[in-house]
Ligand binder design. Structure first.
Ligand code: NAP
Length: 483
């Protein structure tokens, strides 16, 4: 077995055993670069999911009693396993997801960074001693692992989304059942292989692939699961919150966004263009924190559109594994169709396509990086998550209008703005109803800071000193009779 074969598993990991679906059913996995089938994974269902949950519940009884130092050591071993295998893991990721290899390596680097961060945080899950209002009593608060955790993740960041869930869950002493996206299951299954390489006990990490609604129904209904952590669309997040209500599970939801990127007249335009390119076109625009709407003030508008169009036109589109490629294919035909619909709607309502606007000559699901000027709030693109390489540019007149436009959405994940005015930097930060704010900064994700949305973008936060809290329950102990 080569190293890549070792990591690229085509069966599920349940209780330390690599197994097919009970009936042998499989799902095809394709490479978005050319549509070729690159392998199959099990199409598991209720029975396999239940066994994975039971394996995790059984492992939890021992795992929850491990010391924080032991869990930290396991996570450091996992960190090393990711780093040692970064090239193979990146190749697997690009093959099923399409993003350029350099971006895939970047994602793996972030995965490793999250795991290391939570290895460090494992030892800092402190309790409290509360000053007692009663004589002869001590009031203590301890923090205990929530229990079996189900982690459901999307295709756009199939590795790093798991690192932000598995890392803190393990650090806290939870055990995990992973359900990766069906379009990118190999990167999810690789977490099982990495856990083995790192010496995790059987049952601590389990991975089940297959029908989302069937697996999701069991994960949310089974009382042994105490926590659902999900990254994906708001639509599916709402389903999971409803389903998890019957057994009152804790939930963390990292959902969709509609990020504004505001450029004020006083912005440093070079810096704004640099930030715009990262905040828009990373992963072909398929990220939850990608700019969905450029809001640009009158005075700088024309220069910004011109510069953005030029930089967009220079992006090199191609197969993710080819040298120098900056934008890969979109994930599937449905994604291309959605982008086409949004562009047609915008063009029909007065939008001016200044760059791109159509499928790429490479065919398949490749799409031209696109800029649309004269965008308005009447267009679908103002409300819908584009999830593609399209930059609509809206014009505004003053600060109040920019803030009103930016907040005019049910979402509240990431937002960005560019200004050279310090007062404005604070004023606008205060007014934006978002969980993540980049001021003169187009790439804000880091393992050391919290990541999460408000409004319909989610519940809870991943990363930073707060990420582990999502996997710990508070327990208050009143110790009396001490006088
Ligand atoms: P999705 O359709 O919601 O799928 C996400 C995951 O949920 C996949 O594993 C999917 O499985 C599973 N799923 C679908 N229906 C389900 C059900 N009824 N029960 C249980 N699981 C179910 O989202 P996506 O298209 O993969 O990802 C794009 C979305 O994720 C965007 O909206 C994006 O903004 C959001 N996102 C948010 C963040 C964040 O941190 N806030 C980060 C990345 C992405 P199958 O693949 O098998 O259908």
């Amino acid at each position: 077995m080569t190293e890549t074969d070792l990591l690229r598993r085509n069966v599920n990991l349940i209780g330390g055993q690599w197994v097919a679906a009970d009936d042998g059913a499989t799902l095809d996995v394709t490479n978005p670069a050319d549509g070729a089938v690159i392998g199959t994974v099990p199409k598991s269902g209720t029975a396999e999911t239940r066994r994975a949950i039971e394996a995790a519940a059984s492992a939890f009884e021992t795992f929850r009693k491990t010391t924080a130092a032991e869990r930290a050591d396991m996570l450091f071993a996992l960190y090393e396993a990711i780093r040692t295998n970064v090239d193979d893991l990146a190749f697997i990721l690009t093959s099923e997801q399409g993003k350029p290899l350099a971006e895939a390596k970047g994602e793996l680097g972030l995965s490793a960074a999250y795991v290391r961060w939570f290895a460090e945080e494992a030892r800092r899950a402190y309790g409290d001693l509360i000053p007692s209002p009663f004589k002869g009593r001590k009031l203590m608060v301890t923090r205990e692992p929530v229990g079996v955790t189900a982690a459901i993740t999307p295709w756009n960041f199939p590795s790093s989304m798991l690192s932000r869930k598995v890392g803190p869950a393990i650090a806290a002493g939870c055990t995990v059942v992973i359900k990766p996206a069906s379009q990118t299951p190999f990167s999810g299954l690789a977490w099982g292989a990495l856990a083995e390489l790192a010496g995790f006990p059987p049952g601590v990490i389990n991975v089940v692939t297959g029908s989302a609604s069937v697996i999701g129904a069991e994960l949310t209904a089974n009382p042994l699961v105490r926590k659902i952590t999900f990254t994906g669309s708001t639509e599916v997040g709402k389903i999971l919150i409803r389903q998890a209500a019957d057994t009152v599970k804790r939930v963390s939801m990292e959902l969709g966004g509609n990020a504004p990127f505001i450029v004020f007249d006083d912005a440093d335009i070079d810096r704004a263009i640099e930030g715009a390119m990262i905040a828009k076109y990373r992963n072909a625009g398929q990220t939850c924190v990608c700019t969905n709407r450029f809001l640009v003030q009158d005075g700088i508008h024309d220069a910004f559109v011109d510069r953005l169009a030029r930089a967009t036109g220079e992006l090199r589109v191609g197969r993710g594994t080819d040298e120098g490629v900056q934008q890969g294919p979109l994930i599937d035909e449905a994604a291309v169709a959605k982008v086409e619909e949004l562009i047609a709607d915008a063009a029909g309502k007065g939008g001016r396509i200044v760059e791109g606007g159509a499928r790429h000559a490479l065919g398949g699901t490749y799409f031209q990086p696109t800029v649309i000027a004269e965008a308005t709030t009447a267009m679908e693109i103002a409300q819908e998550e584009i999830f593609g390489p399209v930059s609509p540019v809206f014009r505004f007149n003053d600060e109040a209008e920019a803030i009103a436009l930016a907040n005019d959405t049910p979402f509240g994940l990431a937002c960005y703005f560019y200004t050279s005015d310090l007062g404005r930097a604070f004023r606008v930060s205060d007014e934006l109803r978002y969980g993540l704010v980049g001021v003169n900064d187009g790439f804000i994700t880091t393992e050391v800071a919290p990541f999460g949305g408000v409004k319909e973008s989610g519940i809870g936060s991943e990363g930073g000193p707060y990420g582990i809290d999502e996997y710990l329950d508070l327990k208050y102990i009143s110790l009396g009779g001490l006088d």
